[in-house]
Design a protein. Sequence first.
Length: 126
Amino acid sequence: MPHLISIIDDDPSVRAATNNLLSSRGYDVQVFASAPEFLRSEVLAATSCVIADIQMPFMNGLELLRQMRNDGRQTPFIFITANAERSVRARAIEAGGICLLAKPFTTMTLINCLIAALEGLDDTRK
């Protein structure tokens, strides 16, 4: 069964580009414009990895991660941001993010982070 990757970003161009990139690599991808939209979705429980923007209206990426952990979900997170200051990076990793990618990020950087996130997930299922 292919891994389901959920992309949450309020920027439609980032959602489309990331969706196209991962879909072309064989991943099953769902995109969402906001964290609340994702939390209400039917794919929440089936999501293998979340790729979320840190800065979004309504609920930011860090708040989304905290909400999911509070709900008992251990889904790996990759954060993306236009603001990659050291303090933002520290908060993202401290919160439990696998990676923090600064926009614009390279294809290989994203793929490497995704592989690391999914390998960790696969290791816990063995």
